[in-house]
Design a protein around this ligand. Structure first.
Ligand code: MN
Length: 512
């Protein structure tokens, strides 16, 4: 089929069924600073299974006892996706995989002279023998073998094909020429897959790309158009250095732009991304494609005006496709239309003159380099519109106990519309305990979710003033707020309560 608008064959060359081999738990876990317990790995595995990946590499069994246990836990969890473990070309590694009960092994053997000489210290002939023997060993023990050539994209193509042939003859089920250091460019990707398909026509091929030049997803698409039918991906593009091809980017571009049917439930992408970010403790850059904080936030006047009359004016696809919503933010680029929309959402009905005045004040705060959270916008609007400030929640008292021998515990007393609420909670630290206690207290009346929490130290020392920014949601409504204090717990509590107040204020109720 031909896309007439562009005059190029966009849809002709993809395989009928594209498979996603997720390696968030192996290559993704190799991200500097990321380390997961078996229980955390299982949580992520379950969410990846729900989203629809066909296979997942749960770890590297020979790396440690904990890693082996994690893979075993995932392999025994009854997931729909096939579970794999990585192994190097040594039988000990494959023995470790066998102890996990995983269905398959991702057998990774270097193929470039650079790796052979400086890392493996083996000759090409020895590598061919290793490939043959270890593949045979894994097959003899009942494993499905995904044979990867490490650094394949800097290898001599004849040797690469020879090594793959040795693997296939020993029973390898699938081959993957890994772009280990992310050096491929799309034209070379097309050439590589065309060549491999010609030399090994009957073996399924995977693609494994790294994002060192920001081309991981582009190269994966080209590979899928030239003979690969499975892409190795990670959630949030986690992975060593610049990361791997990201699951969310590849899935959404294939669905939204190439109009392909995929096994991936894209509407679960946003929640899965947030879960992975939380569990791995790896925050996403705000301008990250698809799942970044700002991907569906509109601030500039021109854009919000367009968005409010028809969202496609400034959105490439509907946020619902990945299970998220758009947000209009107030700031120095805001136009009055966007500000009015935010105020109406808060239940306010400003006159044109009031919108203009609020708009000028928001801009002047923005010009001073400050972020304007929804709670700030609300406060400005109240002043301009002469409304008595309505704050349903006030904090009366909070006590937090923390230490290395005690579980962090917080007790809180709040006033909610004249009624006193007390609640206590434990947490992984003092901030978590305090926020959980507040959420519990307010949750009796209104369930409010904390969607995003970030903290920054404004000055340098241990007495630094901290600024906490939060984004909260109540059903479809969202609100941002900030808290500033020398004490991180108090700054967090202030931000929470201020955001909750935006979501719980109902100006209409006070109107007669
Ligand atoms: Mn890799």
């Amino acid at each position: 089929m031909r896309d007439r608008k562009w005059g190029i064959a966009l849809f002709s060359s993809f395989p009928k069924a594209i498979k996603f081999f997720d390696t968030t738990l192996r290559d993704g876990e190799q991200t500097p600073g990321v380390s997961l317990t078996p229980e955390k790995k299982l949580r992520i595995a379950e969410s990846l299974d729900k989203i629809g990946v066909s296979a997942m590499e749960a770890g590297f069994a020979a790396a440690s006892e904990g890693e082996l246990d994690a893979i075993k836990l995932i392999a025994e969890a009854g997931l729909r996706a096939d579970v794999y473990s990585m192994a190097r070309g040594v039988t000990n590694d494959i023995d470790a995989v066998l102890k996990t009960g995983a269905k398959g092994v991702h057998l990774v053997i270097p193929s470039s002279d650079l790796h052979l000489q400086y890392k493996l210290k083996k000759t090409r002939a020895e590598v061919l023998k290793i490939t043959e023997n270890t593949t045979q060993y894994a097959k003899d023990h009942g494993l499905v073998v995904e044979l990867s050539a490490e650094d394949a994209t800097r290898s001599e193509i004849d040797f690469l094909a020879q090594m793959f042939k040795a693997g296939v003859d020993a029973g390898a089920d699938r081959l993957c020429p890994c772009d280990t250091v992310g050096v491929l460019i799309p034209e070379q990707t097309a050439e590589l897959y065309t060549q491999l398909k010609k030399r090994l026509p009957n073996v399924p091929l995977s693609v494994h790309c790294h994002d060192d030049f920001g081309l991981a997803v582009a190269n994966s698409i080209i590979a899928l158009q030239n003979g690969a039918d499975q892409a190795h991906v990670t959630m949030n593009g986690l992975g060593e250095r610049a990361g791997n091809a990201s699951l969310e980017e590849l899935a959404v571009v294939l669905k939204a732009q190439y109009k392909l049917e995929l096994p991936i439930k894209t509407e679960l992408i946003y929640e899965t991304s947030r879960l992975v970010s939380r569990i791995t403790d790896f925050p996403l850059q705000p301008n990250k494609s698809i799942v970044g904080e700002n991907a569906f936030v509109h601030e500039s006047g021109m854009h919000t005006h367009g968005i409010l009359s028809n969202p496609s004016t400034y959105e490439p696809f509907k946020p619902e496709m990945i299970g998220r919503t758009r947000r209009i933010a107030a700031g120095k680029h805001s136009g009055s239309t966007g500000i009015r929309a935010s105020l109406v959402e808060m239940g306010l009905e400003p006159t044109d003159g009031q919108v203009k005045e609020i708009f000028l004040r928001v801009k002047s705060i923005g010009d001073k380099g400050k972020r304007v959270a929804d709670a700030d916008l609300q406060a400005i609007a109240e002043v301009v519109m002469g409304l008595p400030p309505v704050r349903p929640i006030t904090l009366e008292e909070i006590t937090v106990v923390t230490g290395n021998k005690v579980t962090s515990t917080a007790s809180v007393r709040l006033n909610l519309n004249g009624e006193t609420l007390t609640e206590a909670a434990t947490g992984v630290g003092p901030v978590d305990a305090a926020i959980t206690a507040i959420k519990k207290a307010v949750g009796i009346v209104e369930p409010i979710q904390l969607e995003n929490y970030s903290v920054k130290a404004i000055t340098g020392g241990t007495n630094a003033v901290t600024e906490v920014a939060v984004r909260l949601s109540k059903g479809d409504r969202k609100a941002t707020a900030a808290g500033v204090n020398e004490d991180i717990v108090i700054a967090s509590v202030e931000a929470m309560i201020s955001g909750m107040n935006v979501l719980m204020t109902n100006y209409n109720k006070n109107k007669k």
